[in-house]
Design a protein around this ligand. Structure first.
Ligand code: ADP
Ligand code: MG
Length: 728
C-alpha cells in the first residue's frame, strides 16, 4: 500500500477544498448573496467552501481614514482614492443614465457621478445635508476633478463609526468585488478568533511570531483601523505577518505530504545493486566516445551509492539543457544491469522515446546493454514478444512513454526506473510504481529545468537532489538577440529564411494564452498560414497542444527527419527534442514567457555541428493587449547576457516567483497560492525542517495537536494525486 493512497484514503471531503481549519468545510450557502448561480461560478474558480472564500485575498486596500479638503485636491491625486466631506448643493438625475451630486467644502466644490444608479439613491442626498464620500478622483473632459462611483460613508460617520481600511477584491468570473466583499465580510464575522483548531502547531506559530489562522484572515480582510502606514504598505504588498502565516501553512502542508510519501517509499525494501563505481567510471572512460564531465562523474557515483542500498533510491537529477543527463541515466542502467537488474526509461513523448532508444542503443552497445523500445506504435505481436523478453530478463533497458508503467509488472527483475524531462510525473505516478508487491524499484527523475535547490525541495520535496552544474566541453554558445523594432523583426525573419535557404531548420514559437480569446493554438494556426506564404517554398509544419498525440508525433518526426524546414509551434516543443540541423529558434512575443522557459526553448537549437541562434521578438500590442513593457524587455536582457540556466532561473524566481518559473503547468509540481508571494521562499527551509521534525515525532500525525494539520495534508494531497493522474 503506497503512502499516497494512504494519505488520500481520508474521509475528508476533497471537492476543491483547499484548506481545513477555520470555516474550512462549511458551505457557502449560508452567506448573503451566495445563491446557486453565484456558488456555481465560484466553484468553477475553485471556491467551494467558506475556507476557500476566506483565501480569496484582496488585491488592494483603500485607506478611508484620511479626509482631504476639496480645495487641496490637485492633479497629483488623480486616480487615487480620496475621502471628502461637504454640503450637498446640487443634485441632478438623468434617469437610467447617471446621478450627479455636487458638494461644497468651505467654498470649494466637487462633483460626484454614479452611472446607472439604483433607483432611490438620490434620496440619500438631501439638499444642504452634510455627506462623506470616498472614491477615485478623476479629471473629466472639461478638465475638472470629479469622483466616480464613490462610496457614501455618511451614515457610518454619523453613527460614530470611523471609516477604516477597506479591502478591494479581484472579481471572480463575473462576480463583482462588491458582492464578494459582502460575502467575505459575513464569513469573517463568523470566524472564531478563540478557536485554536489550527493547522500550524501553536509552538511553531509562536516561535515565528505568526498569528493564528482566524486572526490572520481577519487582518487580511478587515484590517484594523489603527494600522500604521508602513503596516498598511506591507499588507498591500503581500508582506504582512498574516500573509507569511498563510504561506508557511501552505508550505508546511506540502512538505509534510512529501515527508510522509518519502517515509513510506523508504519503508519498502529494494534490491541493492552492488556495483563498483570506480570500475564503472573507468569502463565509461574507455567505452564512451567522450570523457565524462566532473559533474557527470559525481552524479554517477552518487547514484551507484544509492543503488547499493536496500532502500529504493529517490533521486532527482537536475541539469541544464545539454548538460548530458542521458549518459548519467545510461550508466545507472548499466550498473543495474551488471547486478542482474532491469531498467525502464520513461520519456514524455514518443519522439523523445525513439530519440533515447537511438542514443542509448549506440552508447550502451560497447557495454553489452540490450535496449528495446515500447511505444503506442508497437504492434500487438511485438508487444507480446517484448513482454516475454522482459520476463526472461533478455532486455536490460526498455525505453518508452508513460505506458511503460504497465510493463513494470512484466519485468523479471525491475531494479531502476528513470523518468526523463517528465514534469508530469508526480507523486501519484511514483506511488503507482510502488503499488506492486514486495520490493520497489530505485527511481531517478531527471529535470532540465535548472531550479535552485531550495525550490527543488518544494516541488520535488520527496526526492534527494543532485545538480549537474557543468556542461560538456565544446558546445557553441547560442547567440541571443532581442528584436523590438519592425526593422529588427523583419531582420529576424530574414535570418530565418537565410538559414533555411542554407539547408538548416528553424522553430517559430508562439505563446499559449490560456486566458485570452486568442488562444495559443489559434495564434500558432494563424501564424502558420502566414508563414507558409511568407517563407515559400520552405516547408512549414505546425505543432500545438490541441493536436492528437499521433498527429503531434507525426509532425515532430517529419521535422526530425528533415521533411519540414520550419516548425511553427506552441511551447510543446520545449521538451528535450534533439534535431541537430535546427539552428534558429524564433520566439514571438517572448516577453510573455518566463526566462527559464525561454532558456529551455533556445536549448532546442545549436545541438549539432552548426551554431544556434535565438531571436526574441517582442509583443507589439494591439487587440486590446498592451505591448511589451520596458521592464519586460529589461528582464529579457538577462538571456542575452548569460547562458547559465541556473543564473537565469534565479533571476526568474526573483522577478516572477516560483509559479511562473514552472509555467503553472506541471502537475507533479503543486501550484502555490501563497508560497508564491514575495519573500516567502525564505520560509521554505523552515517548512521543510519543521515537517521533518513533525513526521519524525508523530509519523501518522495522530496526536491531537496535529489533527488539523493531518486533515489539511490529506485534503491537499488527495487533490494533487487526482490532478497528477488526470494530466499524466
Ligand atoms: P540533456 O542533459 O539536455 O538531456 P543530453 O544528455 O541530451 O543533454 O546531452 C547533450 C549532448 O551532449 C548529447 O549529444 C550527448 O551525447 C553529449 N554529451 C553528453 N555528455 C558529454 C560529455 N561528457 N562530453 C561530450 N559530449 C557529451
Ligand atoms: Mg535530455
Amino acid at each position: 500500500m503506497s503512502s499516497t493512497s494512504a494519505i488520500t484514503s481520508s474521509v475528508l471531503p476533497t471537492n476543491g477544498s483547499r484548506a481545513a481549519g477555520q470555516g474550512g468545510g462549511d458551505s457557502l450557502s449560508t452567506l448573503p448573496g451566495a445563491g446557486p448561480k453565484t456558488r456555481a461560478r465560484l466553484a468553477a474558480a475553485g471556491i467551494v467552501t467558506v475556507g476557500d472564500l476566506l483565501r480569496h485575498l484582496p488585491r488592494g486596500y483603500d485607506d478611508l481614514r484620511v479626509q482631504s479638503k476639496i480645495a487641496t485636491l490637485g492633479a497629483a491625486l488623480a486616480d487615487r482614492l480620496v475621502v471628502v466631506r461637504g454640503v450637498v448643493r446640487k443634485v441632478h438625475i438623468f434617469p437610467r443614465r447617471f446621478l450627479d451630486v455636487t458638494i461644497d467644502d468651505d467654498g470649494a466644490t466637487l462633483r460626484a457621478r454614479w452611472f446607472r444608479p439604483p433607483g432611490g439613491m438620490a434620496k440619500s442626498f438631501a439638499k444642504d445635508s452634510v455627506v462623506t464620500l470616498a472614491g477615485p478622483l478623476r479629471w473629466n473632459d472639461e478638465d475638472k476633478a470629479e469622483l466616480i462611483h464613490p462610496t457614501n460613508l455618511t451614515s457610518l460617520v454619523a453613527g460614530g463609526g470611523v471609516p477604516g481600511i477597506r479591502a478591494r477584491y479581484p472579481a471572480v468570473d463575473g462576480i463583482g468585488g462588491r458582492v464578494l466583499e459582502k460575502m467575505i465580510a459575513a464569513a469573517v464575522a463568523g470566524l472564531d478568533v478563540d478557536d485554536d483548531d489550527d493547522v500550524l502547531p501553536a509552538c511553531l506559530r509562536q516561535s515565528c511570531g505568526l498569528p493564528p489562522l482566524a486572526v490572520a484572515l481577519r487582518a487580511l480582510h478587515l484590517p484594523e483601523a489603527g494600522l500604521s502606514p508602513a503596516e498598511l504598505e506591507d499588507l498591500a504588498a503581500g508582506r504582512s505577518p498574516a500573509h507569511r502565516r498563510l504561506a508557511l501553512e501552505e508550505l508546511l502542508i506540502l512538505q509534510v505530504g512529501f515527508c510522509l510519501d518519502r517515509a513510506s517509499a523508504r519503508a519498502l525494501p529494494a534490491r541493492g545493486c552492488a556495483v563498483d563505481a570506480a570500475a564503472l567510471l573507468a569502463d565509461a572512460q574507455t567505452r564512451l566516445p567522450f570523457s565524462l564531465t566532473a559533474g557527470q562523474q559525481a552524479a554517477v557515483a552518487a547514484i551507484v551509492a544509492d543503488l547499493d542500498a536496500p532502500r529504493p533510491m529517490q533521486r532527482l537529477l537536475i541539469g541544464d539543457v545539454g548538460s548530458g543527463k542521458t549518459v548519467v541515466a545510461l550508466l545507472a542502467a548499466i550498473a543495474a544491469a551488471r547486478a542482474g537488474g532491469q531498467t525502464l526509461v520513461m520519456a514524455p513523448t514518443e519522439v523523445l522515446a525513439e530519440q533515447h532508444r537511438r542514443t542509448l542503443t549506440k552508447l550502451g552497445q560497447p557495454f553489452g546493454l540490450r535496449v528495446a523500445l515500447l511505444t503506442a506504435a508497437t504492434t500487438r505481436v511485438e508487444r507480446q514478444r517484448l513482454r516475454e523478453s522482459l520476463g526472461k530478463g533478455a532486455i536490460d533497458l526498455l525505453v518508452g512513454t508513460q505506458a511503460l508503467l504497465d510493463a513494470a509488472a512484466d519485468c523479471a527483475d525491475l531494479r531502476l526506473v528513470v523518468v526523463d524531462e517528465q514534469h508530469r510525473f508526480g507523486v501519484a505516478q511514483r506511488a503507482r510504481l510502488r503499488a506492486g508487491e514486495g520490493s520497489a524499484p530505485h527511481l531517478l527523475v531527471m529535470s532540465a529545468t535548472p531550479i535552485p535547490r531550495s525550490l527543488a525541495l518544494t516541488l520535488y520535496g520527496d526526492l534527494d537532489a543532485t545538480v549537474l552544474s557543468d556542461h560538456p566541453p565544446g558546445r557553441q554558445p547560442i547567440a541571443t538577440v532581442l528584436c523590438a523594432t519592425d526593422e529588427q523583426r523583419d531582420g529576424a525573419y530574414r535570418a530565418l529564411a537565410d538559414a533555411v535557404a542554407a539547408g538548416r531548420q528553424a522553430f517559430v514559437v508562439c505563446p499559449t494564452r490560456e486566458h485570452s480569446a486568442r488562444s495559443g493554438s489559434v495564434t500558432a494556426v494563424a501564424h502558420h498560414r502566414t508563414l507558409i506564404r511568407r517563407l515559400a517554398p520552405a516547408r512549414v509544419g505546425l505543432l500545438h497542444g490541441a493536436l492528437k498525440s499521433a498527429e503531434k508525433d507525426a509532425v515532430l518526426r517529419a521535422f526530425a527527419a528533415g521533411a519540414l524546414d520550419v516548425l511553427v509551434a506552441t511551447t510543446v516543443v520545449e521538451l528535450g527534442i534533439d534535431v541537430g540541423n535546427a539552428t534558429v529558434m524564433l520566439i514571438e512575443e517572448a516577453d510573455r514567457f518566463g526566462l527559464a522557459q525561454l532558456h529551455q526553448l533556445r536549448g532546442r537549437v545549436g545541438r549539432g555541428a552548426h551554431a544556434g541562434r535565438c531571436l526574441l521578438l517582442l509583443n507589439q500590442g494591439g487587440d486590446g493587449e498592451p505591448a511589451a513593457t520596458a521592464s519586460a524587455i529589461e528582464r529579457l536582457r538577462c538571456l542575452t547576457e548569460t547562458s547559465d540556466g541556473f543564473c537565469i532561473a534565479e533571476a526568474d524566481l526573483a522577478l516572477r516567483g516560483p509559479g511562473d518559473l514552472f509555467g503553472r503547468r506541471q502537475a507533479g509540481a503543486p501550484a502555490l497560492m501563497f508560497g508564491d508571494l514575495p519573500g516567502t521562499l525564505a520560509l521554505l527551509d523552515l517548512a521543510r525542517a519543521e515537517a521533518e521534525r513533525l513526521v519524525d515525532g508523530d509519523p501518522d500525525l495522530g496526536r491531537p495537536e496535529h489533527a488539523a494539520l493531518g486533515a489539511a495534508v490529506r485534503a491537499r494531497w488527495a487533490k494533487a494525486a487526482v490532478y497528477g493522474e488526470e494530466t499524466g
